[in-house]
Write a protein of this length. Structure first.
Length: 165
């Protein structure tokens, strides 16, 4: 299947599903999320595929939700419309990764924020480069500390880094 915002590569018996909007740091539009879910479904149905890797083209895994698209297309949504959109694209799609019958791996470089962090968290394993950072700007630790993030400090693994705004 041909996609516009997702790239799929087969490397042996592994399906690589890439966020493919590097010009916007792989921000997750409705189209990207729909295509990613479709690519996941294709990989699960293919008996020759033994594992699935989620990654990002360019410098970043994903800068998160496409806020410009959200403002342009969903600003006037009713509560019910917003709930239906988020239930399908955030909850349902995330659970399909979580419940995937094949091993899932997030290969993360650069930013892995909000929606991108959600995708990575659903995977069975996360492999992060030295420049990877993880953040959920919605999560509030306290009024002064607005985001929770992870960083990879050199070779000794992951550590919490709470950033303040």
């Amino acid at each position: 299947m041909n996609f516009e915002t997702v790239a799929v590569e087969r490397r042996g018996n592994i399906s690589w599903i890439f966020h493919n909007r590097p010009q916007v740091r792989n921000a997750e539009s409705w189209q990207l999320l729909d295509e990613m879910d479709s690519a996941l479904t294709d990989a699960v149905r293919d008996d020759a595929i033994r594992a699935i890797v989620f990654a990002g083209k360019g410098d970043h895994f994903s800068a998160g939700h496409d806020l410009k698209e959200a403002q342009a297309t969903r600003a006037a949504f009713t509560v019910e419309q917003r709930y239906a959109y988020e239930e399908r694209r955030y909850f349902d799609y995330a659970l399909r990764i979580w419940d995937c019958p094949k091993p899932t791996i997030a290969s993360v470089q650069g930013a892995c924020v909000a929606g991108g962090f959600m995708v990575a968290n659903m995977c069975d394993m996360v492999v992060a480069s030295n420049d990877a950072f993880f953040a959920d700007p919605v999560f509030r630790v306290s009024p002064r500390r607005r985001s929770k993030s992870w960083s990879t400090p050199g070779s000794w693994g992951c550590a919490w880094r709470v950033s303040s705004c």
